[in-house]
Design a protein around this ligand. Sequence first.
Ligand code: SAJ
Length: 397
Amino acid sequence: MNKICILGLGYIGLPTSGILAAKGHSVLGVDVNRTVVDTINNGKIHITEPDLELFIKAAVGSGKLRAAGKPEPSDVFIIAVPTPFTKDHKPDMSYVEAAAKSIVPVLREGNLVVLESTSPPGTCEKIIAPILADSKLKIGEEVFIAHCPERVLPGQIMREVVENDRVIGGINQESSLKAKELYESFTKGKIFLTNATTAEMVKLVENSFRDVNIAFANELSLICEDLGLNVWELISLANRHPRVKILRPGPGVGGHCIAVDPWFIVDACPQKTRLIKTARLVNDDKPHEVIRKIRAAAQKFKKPVIGLLGLSYKENIDDLRESPSVEIARRLNELNIGEIMICEPYCKSHPEFKLSSLDDILRLADILVLLVPHKQFREIDREVVNRKILVDTCGIW
Ligand code: SAJ
């Protein structure tokens, strides 16, 4: 298992490449984006993640990591490409299919193919296996397939790739055991074996559990507003119970995982997923509630300056994917209820919005809307905060 080819050099594929290379494997990273390939080959990175650049620089420098546009013959192939959803919430498996097809011409007897991308139940058996069968190698006997879902948290990826427990599900026992051998070479966490479809569901269930819990918290925030209660106090007191752990309400759920993955379960079993679907709808509706609050606050002024604090999908990162804050900023600009100023300390610029400094916003804004609890915003002087009309979606004030 010395030579490993990783398809997709994004938030999962690139950190995994860096760690595998650091453990002595010879790694070829494959990406369809030429700029990404060139960036990696220069020992640099195209995404922001603490410590990642150190790993990539060292891996490329040692000759253990190289990037290219196409896969080459290897011992192991790891697929780590995006699995987005379509407008009607159906999984878009085109990247996974394209990655699997690109392996076929270089597939050899004894190869292991691991799917890391979060995928609907049945992907290994119903999508990957039939595509790889075009190689004429016997699936499960000459070519082995397993799913090992990634579980890392953006912002802590380099630590979690190594430390998290892993679930591995092969299309047969031999596939599971081969994948276990690979993951044992770089993970410190425990490895649990199951079948491929259970492994696929485990990942979806983890993120759906979190989504349902956040939806519960978001619903509580609406109930508390009606009842005139402080939701943060309510949740912190309820969480003093030894078996209660309610998550935090917020402006909505963003990112490329929790806001997407539950739909894969809904798509697989539409008649049986009332709770999971409702949680998605509750969380997707939260940005509209925030806009309603901002509009109510704006009515106190003729033409208020509204300062939006944060655009990323969560705190202390620059990732704007599926961010509810972006949705809120976009809608407010359309509504034309005042002058909108936006501060995102983790982005230098934004293609759609003009960004302002925090100092300017604190000086000029009549209304402060906290959308992301970045550390820079937690440090704002309370005296300044107290002079403003506040819409605090994260409960730091
Ligand atoms: N959020 C809340 N309230 C909370 C926690 C989060 O509103 O109490 C919001 C965040 O602000 C953000 C969204 O939820 O908008 C998602 O953030 P997150 O930190 O919960 O999760 P992700 O999307 O960054 O990463 C998740 C993780 N999954 C779980 O914790 C079960 C991570 O371990 C997965 O690897 C990742 O999804 C993934 O790639 O699937």
